[in-house]
Design a binder for this molecule. Structure first.
Ligand code: NAD
Length: 443
């Protein structure tokens, strides 16, 4: 197939590369000339494991091209996929300006029948809006379809090539057939439904996953007070097939470019039809509060943080990505600085993207994980990069000015901590104090 993808960000680029890997001819379009030039030279503007070799291979085969020219890409294509951003407005609603601009640009480039589908996460009714915009400028035949995206940053290539399911929202048989044909090499689980339901499936899925995370975080907070261990609790719960083990990992809450934005957008979508989505409002509130658990633990360990040096391991919202949008680290570091702390930070990949979003003279940008630990009065693990998970804890203890480890992602076991002199503050599990106090605790 000849495909044009409008918007070459995390979703557009990974989709474009993977569709070309299936043998299709793909033209990726972006407004950002620097990004396009970098891609034309085989560079990748985002960190996504496994993406670069596939990109180079398919570009070399002539199946994958990059341009800033929407007209050229649309004119050549039978299928156009919109994958531009839908960032939140201050009231939580999705900002439709990029979708609407893309629809207008596509309309002006149309030169015959094409299927235009929206991969961006968009409120119910957006595909109809796209149809209206195109019909205003182009009088020929075309179809619109919804094609929501479920990839996760960090495993985006794998998720795209091996999806759990493909959701197609289409009202024309031809559009449904074309999209089924495109995705049939990837999975048998292809659901064809109406456009509005497809748009809703994306929001409902993300809202449900966010709910699972906030639920287990609430359970973790209760575990801390009653002396239970949330890891054991989640393990026991997850064995029930009705519940499932995934997304039951307690921590400092969800972040990233999707869950925070999509939960707030769904609350707003409900509000627009006078429905008060109470449950989802609570999920968002629990998540906002959860990240401050790190600060509560710092206060527990140090009394206060004023003038103290606090080490931070991890800035990205999760491992294997450079994305720091809505990362818990942003708010935690901002609050620490506001409280008068000096902050040392390190992330294996996300240092530059974090610094572009948040910089402050109170931050020391370190070159290694151990540089962060050196002389810090407490160390907070905020992203579970494997480099941190496999760190030598004896070395960490020796480097710290005070042996305090706050584990926002619950990555260390009692056995690991028990061999050190660290005071360990996990989430939803008992606090473990250093060796002498540790010996009486049950293992
Ligand atoms: N990032 C994810 O993990 C993920 C997963 C599933 C769904 N989504 C959804 O997919 C959409 C895209 O997300 P993303 O993370 O890839 O966004 P992004 O910000 O990384 O990329 C969007 C790109 O679109 C470009 N763009 C904007 N307007 C354009 C136009 N008119 N013509 C050409 N290019 C244009 C921007 O320059 C940018 O490079 C969003 O709706 C998001 O909610 C994202």
């Amino acid at each position: 197939m000849k495909i044009a993808i409008i918007g070459t960000g995390y979703v557009g680029l990974v989709s474009g590369v993977c569709y070309s890997e299936l043998g299709n001819n793909v033209y990726c379009v972006d407004k950002d000339l620097n990004k396009i030039e970098m891609l034309r030279n085989g560079g990748v503007p985002i960190y996504e494991p496994g993406l670069q070799p596939l990109l180079i291979h398919n570009a070399d085969q002539g199946r994958l091209k990059f341009t800033t020219d929407t007209v050229e890409a649309v004119a050549e294509a039978d299928l156009i996929i919109i994958a531009v951003g839908t960032p939140p407005l201050p009231n939580g609603e999705a900002n439709m300006q990029y979708i609407e601009a893309a629809a207008k640009e596509i309309a002006q480039a149309m030169n015959g029948y094409k299927v235009i589908c929206v991969k961006s996460t968009v409120p119910v009714g957006t595909n109809e809006r796209v149809r209206t915009i195109i019909a205003t400028h182009y009088k020929g035949q075309f179809d619109v379809a919804s094609l929501p995206e479920f990839l996760r940053e960090g495993t985006a290539v794998k998720d795209t090539l091996h999806p759990d399911r493909i959701i197609i929202g289409a009202e024309s048989e031809h559009a449904a057939k074309l999209l089924k044909e495109l995705h049939s090499p990837l999975t048998d689980e292809i659901v064809v439904t109406d456009i509005r339901s497809a748009e809703m499936i994306k929001y409902a899925s993300n809202a449900f996953l966010a709910t699972k995370i906030s639920f287990i975080n609430e359970i973790a907070n209760i575990c801390e007070k009653v002396g239970a261990d949330v890891i054991e609790v989640a393990k026991g719960m997850g064995l029930d097939r009705r519940i499932g083990a995934s997304f039951l990992r307690a921590g400092i809450g969800y972040g990233g470019s999707c869950f925070p934005k999509d939960t707030k957008a769904l609350i707003q979508i409900a509000g627009n039809v006078e429905y008060d989505f109470k449950l989802l409002k609570a999920v968002v509130e629990v998540n906002r509060h959860q990240r401050y658990g790190v600060l509560d633990k710092l206060f527990q360990a140090l009394d206060n943080v004023y003038g103290k040096t606090i080490g931070i391991w991890g800035l990205a919202f999760k491992p294997e990505t450079d994305d720091v949008r809505e990362a818990p680290a942003l708010e935690i570091i901002d609050r620490l600085i506001e409280l008068g702390a000096k902050v040392k930070v390190y992330d294996p990949i996300a240092m530059e993207s974090f610094r572009r979003m948040y910089d402050n003279p109170a931050i020391t940008w370190c070159e290694t994980a151990m540089d962060v630990a050196q002389g810090s009065e407490a160390l907070c693990l905020l992203t579970e990069w494997s480099e941190f998970v496999t760190a030598d804890l004896a070395q960490v203890e020796a480097a710290l000015a005070r042996p305090v480890l706050i584990d926002g992602r619950n990555v260390f076991s009692l056995d690991q901590i028990g061999n050190t002199g660290l005071s360990y503050y996990p989430v939803g599990r008992p606090v473990f104090h250093n060796k002498s106090q540790y010996s009486h605790l049950p293992v």
